[in-house]
Design a protein around this ligand. Structure first.
Ligand SMILES: Cc1cc2nc3c(=O)[nH]c(=O)nc-3n(C[C@H](O)[C@H](O)[C@H](O)COP(=O)(O)O)c2cc1C
Length: 183
């Protein structure tokens, strides 16, 4: 089955995970979300992104709007803990976006990714002093310090397991008739 791994990454975290996923799938092609070949050629699409204010980043949202009637897996990296409500909300919102195109969501994967220090500096300067992201609480400091260690080798192993699982599911997924698509 021809597989596309499409990713969006500003600072390299998501790209690293995308590469591990692509390496785990026989013959997979890997491309940035805004430079993919024609999607009709692929039997499985795995899309990966960095989380931007609680959602897939804009380029990824535009990509998802072009995906119709496919088996799809998705993954993301984020500053928050992967088991947080915030991460769960991102997964739910993404699943809804993908499902709009009559796609079949086969599974998802997420892990933390270091947050660009320039972004933290900008937040500190531009947000009102009482905003939670303008301050460095002990909890936030601990979360950012943990994020700075990711994606690590263990994340990449889990990403590989997600890739294996998604590929296996796609091989056994019933083919969709033509004519699926966004309402
Ligand atoms: C503008 C901006 C907005 C972000 N918004 C969120 C967010 O809402 N939630 C979160 O957990 N992380 C957020 N992050 C952190 C990134 O999603 C995280 O560091 C990610 O791993 C970056 O991936 P990349 O290296 O592939 O660009 C944000 C980062 C940036 C630069």
């Amino acid at each position: 089955m021809k597989t596309l791994v499409a990713y969006s990454s500003l600072t390299g975290n998501t790209q690293k995970v995308a590469q591990a996923i692509s390496d785990a799938i026989p013959g997979a092609e890997i491309h940035p979300v805004d430079k993919t070949p024609n999607l009709s050629d692929y039997g499985l699409i795995i899309v990966g992104f960095w989380v931007d204010r609680g959602q897939p980043d804009r380029k990824t949202q535009e990509f998802i709007e072009r995906v119709e009637g496919k088996p799809v897996g998705f993954f993301f990296t984020l500053g928050a803990y992967p088991d947080s409500d915030h991460a769960g909300d991102v997964a739910r919102v993404t699943e809804e976006m993908i499902a709009k195109g009559q796609n079949q969501v086969l599974g998802s994967f997420r892990c933390q990714g270091k947050v660009d220090p320039a972004l933290l500096e900008r937040m500190k300067k531009s947000l009102p002093a009482d905003h939670p992201h303008a301050q460095m609480s002990p909890q936030r400091k601990a979360r950012l310090e943990e994020a700075a260690k990711h994606p690590n080798d263990e994340d990449l192993l889990r990403a590989k397991a997600f890739a294996d699982d998604t590929y296996r599911k796609a091989l056994s997924a019933p083919a969709k008739p033509n004519g699926g698509g966004r309402p």
